[in-house]
Design a protein around this ligand. Structure first.
Ligand SMILES: Nc1ncnc2c1ncn2[C@@H]1O[C@H](COP(=O)(O)OP(=O)(O)OP(=O)(O)O)[C@@H](O)[C@H]1O
Length: 146
Protein backbone atom coordinates (compact mmCIF):
# COMPACT_ATOMS: atom_id res chain seq x y z
CA UNK A 1 0.00 0.00 0.00
CA UNK A 2 1.45 3.39 -1.02
CA UNK A 3 0.95 6.17 1.49
CA UNK A 4 2.50 8.90 -0.55
CA UNK A 5 4.36 10.23 -3.52
CA UNK A 6 7.56 12.14 -4.18
CA UNK A 7 7.72 15.67 -5.54
CA UNK A 8 11.44 16.01 -6.09
CA UNK A 9 13.04 15.54 -2.68
CA UNK A 10 9.71 16.02 -0.92
CA UNK A 11 7.64 13.09 0.33
CA UNK A 12 3.95 13.94 0.47
CA UNK A 13 2.16 11.33 2.55
CA UNK A 14 -1.14 10.71 4.28
CA UNK A 15 -1.69 9.46 7.81
CA UNK A 16 -3.25 5.97 7.52
CA UNK A 17 -4.53 6.13 11.11
CA UNK A 18 -4.18 2.34 11.22
CA UNK A 19 -1.33 -0.08 11.95
CA UNK A 20 0.23 -1.19 8.65
CA UNK A 21 2.88 -3.81 7.91
CA UNK A 22 5.12 -1.33 6.11
CA UNK A 23 7.46 -0.53 8.99
CA UNK A 24 10.05 -2.41 11.02
CA UNK A 25 13.67 -3.55 10.87
CA UNK A 26 13.53 -5.74 7.78
CA UNK A 27 11.71 -3.16 5.69
CA UNK A 28 14.08 -0.49 7.02
CA UNK A 29 17.07 -2.58 5.90
CA UNK A 30 15.50 -3.09 2.49
CA UNK A 31 15.13 0.66 2.04
CA UNK A 32 18.65 1.14 3.39
CA UNK A 33 20.01 -1.16 0.66
CA UNK A 34 18.08 0.51 -2.17
CA UNK A 35 20.08 1.59 -5.19
CA UNK A 36 17.17 3.33 -6.91
CA UNK A 37 14.38 4.90 -4.85
CA UNK A 38 11.91 4.17 -7.63
CA UNK A 39 12.46 0.43 -7.02
CA UNK A 40 10.25 0.51 -3.91
CA UNK A 41 7.11 2.50 -2.97
CA UNK A 42 7.59 6.02 -1.59
CA UNK A 43 8.37 5.74 2.12
CA UNK A 44 9.63 7.79 5.05
CA UNK A 45 12.47 5.25 5.38
CA UNK A 46 13.58 6.09 1.84
CA UNK A 47 13.68 9.77 2.72
CA UNK A 48 15.80 9.13 5.82
CA UNK A 49 18.08 6.83 3.83
CA UNK A 50 18.56 9.48 1.18
CA UNK A 51 19.51 12.06 3.83
CA UNK A 52 22.03 9.63 5.32
CA UNK A 53 23.55 8.75 1.95
CA UNK A 54 23.79 12.44 1.01
CA UNK A 55 25.56 13.12 4.29
CA UNK A 56 28.03 10.30 3.65
CA UNK A 57 28.65 11.41 0.08
CA UNK A 58 28.94 15.15 0.60
CA UNK A 59 30.06 15.44 4.24
CA UNK A 60 27.56 18.30 4.55
CA UNK A 61 24.90 18.35 7.28
CA UNK A 62 21.47 17.29 6.06
CA UNK A 63 18.06 18.48 7.24
CA UNK A 64 14.68 16.76 7.18
CA UNK A 65 11.80 19.18 7.67
CA UNK A 66 8.52 17.57 8.73
CA UNK A 67 5.45 19.69 8.21
CA UNK A 68 1.67 19.32 8.30
CA UNK A 69 -1.45 20.17 10.26
CA UNK A 70 -2.14 18.82 13.75
CA UNK A 71 -2.66 15.07 13.59
CA UNK A 72 -1.00 14.75 10.18
CA UNK A 73 1.58 12.34 11.58
CA UNK A 74 4.64 14.59 12.02
CA UNK A 75 5.65 13.13 15.39
CA UNK A 76 5.35 9.52 14.24
CA UNK A 77 7.16 10.31 10.98
CA UNK A 78 9.97 12.02 12.88
CA UNK A 79 10.41 8.94 15.08
CA UNK A 80 10.65 6.81 11.93
CA UNK A 81 13.31 9.09 10.45
CA UNK A 82 15.37 8.79 13.63
CA UNK A 83 14.83 5.02 13.81
CA UNK A 84 15.90 4.59 10.18
CA UNK A 85 19.00 6.76 10.61
CA UNK A 86 20.22 4.78 13.60
CA UNK A 87 19.28 1.51 11.87
CA UNK A 88 21.37 2.09 8.75
CA UNK A 89 24.31 3.92 10.31
CA UNK A 90 27.04 1.35 10.38
CA UNK A 91 27.35 0.65 14.06
CA UNK A 92 26.87 2.44 17.30
CA UNK A 93 26.59 1.78 21.00
CA UNK A 94 23.23 0.07 21.43
CA UNK A 95 22.79 2.06 24.64
CA UNK A 96 23.16 5.34 22.75
CA UNK A 97 20.72 4.23 20.06
CA UNK A 98 18.14 3.32 22.71
CA UNK A 99 18.63 6.71 24.41
CA UNK A 100 18.15 8.57 21.11
CA UNK A 101 14.98 6.61 20.33
CA UNK A 102 13.48 6.76 23.83
CA UNK A 103 14.03 10.42 24.72
CA UNK A 104 10.83 11.16 22.84
CA UNK A 105 8.77 9.18 25.35
CA UNK A 106 10.01 11.46 28.10
CA UNK A 107 9.29 14.62 26.12
CA UNK A 108 5.82 13.40 25.17
CA UNK A 109 5.01 12.63 28.82
CA UNK A 110 5.55 16.28 29.72
CA UNK A 111 4.72 18.06 26.50
CA UNK A 112 1.78 16.29 24.84
CA UNK A 113 -1.94 16.72 25.39
CA UNK A 114 -5.28 15.50 24.08
CA UNK A 115 -6.84 17.99 21.66
CA UNK A 116 -9.79 17.87 19.26
CA UNK A 117 -7.35 17.28 16.38
CA UNK A 118 -5.12 14.68 17.97
CA UNK A 119 -5.32 12.42 21.05
CA UNK A 120 -1.56 12.75 21.51
CA UNK A 121 -0.80 16.24 20.27
CA UNK A 122 2.71 17.68 20.71
CA UNK A 123 2.33 21.04 22.39
CA UNK A 124 5.89 22.05 21.53
CA UNK A 125 8.16 22.13 18.49
CA UNK A 126 11.17 19.91 18.13
CA UNK A 127 14.62 20.25 16.69
CA UNK A 128 16.43 16.93 16.75
CA UNK A 129 20.11 16.73 15.93
CA UNK A 130 21.99 13.48 15.32
CA UNK A 131 25.75 13.52 15.04
CA UNK A 132 27.75 11.07 12.94
CA UNK A 133 31.42 10.33 12.50
CA UNK A 134 32.80 10.58 8.97
CA UNK A 135 32.67 6.79 8.93
CA UNK A 136 28.88 6.97 9.25
CA UNK A 137 28.63 5.88 12.87
CA UNK A 138 26.18 7.67 15.18
CA UNK A 139 28.04 9.30 18.06
CA UNK A 140 25.44 11.51 19.67
CA UNK A 141 22.12 13.24 19.54
CA UNK A 142 20.44 16.34 20.93
CA UNK A 143 16.79 17.18 21.26
CA UNK A 144 15.78 20.84 21.52
CA UNK A 145 12.11 21.18 22.54
CA UNK A 146 10.76 24.68 21.85
N1 LIG B 1 2.45 6.19 9.94
C1 LIG B 1 1.39 6.03 10.74
N2 LIG B 1 0.76 4.85 10.78
C2 LIG B 1 -0.33 4.67 11.57
N3 LIG B 1 -0.84 5.63 12.38
C3 LIG B 1 -0.23 6.82 12.41
C4 LIG B 1 0.93 7.10 11.60
N4 LIG B 1 1.31 8.37 11.82
C5 LIG B 1 0.46 8.86 12.73
N5 LIG B 1 -0.46 7.94 13.09
C6 LIG B 1 -1.58 8.11 14.04
O1 LIG B 1 -1.96 9.48 14.01
C7 LIG B 1 -1.84 10.04 15.32
C8 LIG B 1 -1.38 11.48 15.21
O2 LIG B 1 -0.06 11.49 14.68
P1 LIG B 1 1.05 12.51 15.23
O3 LIG B 1 0.94 12.67 16.70
O4 LIG B 1 2.34 12.05 14.67
O5 LIG B 1 0.58 13.85 14.51
P2 LIG B 1 1.29 15.29 14.56
O6 LIG B 1 1.31 15.78 13.15
O7 LIG B 1 2.60 15.20 15.26
O8 LIG B 1 0.25 16.12 15.40
P3 LIG B 1 0.46 17.41 16.36
O9 LIG B 1 0.89 18.55 15.46
O10 LIG B 1 -0.90 17.63 16.95
O11 LIG B 1 1.47 17.05 17.39
C9 LIG B 1 -0.88 9.13 16.07
O12 LIG B 1 -1.10 9.15 17.46
C10 LIG B 1 -1.19 7.77 15.47
O13 LIG B 1 -2.34 7.21 16.09
Amino acid sequence: MDLGTYIGDILVSVNPYAPLNIYGDQIGQDYGNLKLFSDMPPHIYALATKAYKSLMKSGVSQCVLVSGESGAGKTESTKMVVAQLVRISKSASSNLVEQIKKVNQLLEAFGNAHTVMNDNSSRFGKLIEIQFLKTGVVVGGSNYPE
